[in-house]
Design a protein around this ligand. Structure first.
Ligand code: SF4
Length: 324
């Protein structure tokens, strides 16, 4: 008997898998990459978590499908920010269910806990998630299964319901106790790092979609640098540090020109290809302001397709109005 687990990398999904593995069932951890996870790769962390409990790991890249099917038109709406959690969970289960045959697995599990999260982990929301998944009788939540109606794997005796748990609410104490009992190292809180739950990132995303349509190559540019919207609508992104500069350099988005001051050291920038003359000049002066430059001196900014000269602003405070 095998099961597929929806695996976020967080503690709750690790514990849920462990409860099932302890019943002699092989578990394959499926991590869905929506594109909006943490800004740094968590692959190594996820591998380490799976190794500790004896689960296999598969990462599913569903960035295109997530943009097409979930992010902009969620049936059950958004949480506090741009997070469509109910639809997102249903989506993850639906695509994970497509792998049941490939792995010859009989059912799915997740680390959800009743009442732990305001949007997706209320009892009624869990039922909505099950409906969206199109496999509602095959989803087991081992950490709170005793508080929910028995599912097919429990009724059929594939797993022993008595060995599942009845955790509810926001307290983490039972999970932390369980982690201690099994000697789990370096674990993270549940669903750590989903950028869609963050206010600032959600503002960037809202702004972005006001001006253009999004594809998966745009996701990484939203995660790095300072983002500015200029008066005629052009977007300017300025790297804040070496890490940002690298990420911006590596973008595969075709919406931007690469920009940098030629005669001074400064950040790597991306600038809208469709900018007006007036936004181009403003961007030039802003990029010069963020470089190691002096006042009252002319500098040249190279925008790949053209070069412009400009001067540093007296103060960065003058630029605050453009920040998203
Ligand atoms: S927190 Fe993010 S990844 Fe988790 S369910 Fe919500 S939208 Fe999806």
């Amino acid at each position: 008997m095998k099961a597929l687990a929806l695996f976020s990398g967080g503690l709750d999904s690790v514990l849920a898998m462990k409860l099932i593995i302890d019943q002699g069932i092989e578990v394959i951890a499926i991590n869905v990459n929506t594109g909006f996870g943490a800004t740094t790769s968590r692959d190594e962390h996820m591998k380490f978590m799976c190794e500790q409990i004896g689960a296999k790991l598969e990462i599913l890249d569903l960035r295109d499908e997530y943009l097409d099917e979930v992010l902009f038109d969620p049936k059950y709406g958004y949480g506090k920010n741009f997070n469509p959690c109910i639809d997102c969970h249903g989506f993850m289960f639906r695509y994970t269910a497509d792998l049941l045959k490939k792995y010859d697995a009989a059912f799915m599990i997740s680390g959800e806990v009743v009442g732990q999260r305001p949007m997706s982990q209320r009892k009624d929301a869990m039922i909505q998630v099950q409906k969206l998944s199109e496999h509602d009788d095959l989803i087991v939540r081992p950490l709170c299964a005793k508080l929910l109606a028995p599912t097919k794997p429990e009724r059929e005796g594939w797993i022993n319901r008595e060995k599942l748990l009845d955790i509810s609410g926001r307290s983490r104490s039972r999970q932390l106790q369980l982690a201690k009992e099994i000697g789990l190292k370096d674990f993270e809180p549940p669903a750590g790092g989903c950028l869609l739950t963050e206010e600032k990132f959600s503002d960037r995303l809202r702004d972005f979609t006001k001006y253009t349509t999004m594809d998966k190559n745009d996701i990484d540019t939203l995660k790095a640098g300072r983002h500015l919207r200029l008066p005629d609508g052009a977007k300017l992104i300025i790297g804040r540090d070496k890490d940002d500069n690298e990420k911006l350099k590596n973008t595969t988005s075709d919406k931007y020109l690469r920009a940098r001051v030629l005669d001074a050291s400064g950040p790597f920038c991306l600038f809208d290809k469709t900018a007006t003359i007036s936004d181009k000049q403003l961007a030039t002066n802003i990029i010069i302001t963020y470089a190691r430059t002096q006042k009252d001196k002319l500098y040249t900014v190279d925008f790949t397709d053209y070069q412009l000269q400009g001067q540093k602003f007296d103060s960065k405070d003058q630029l605050q109005q453009y920040f998203i």
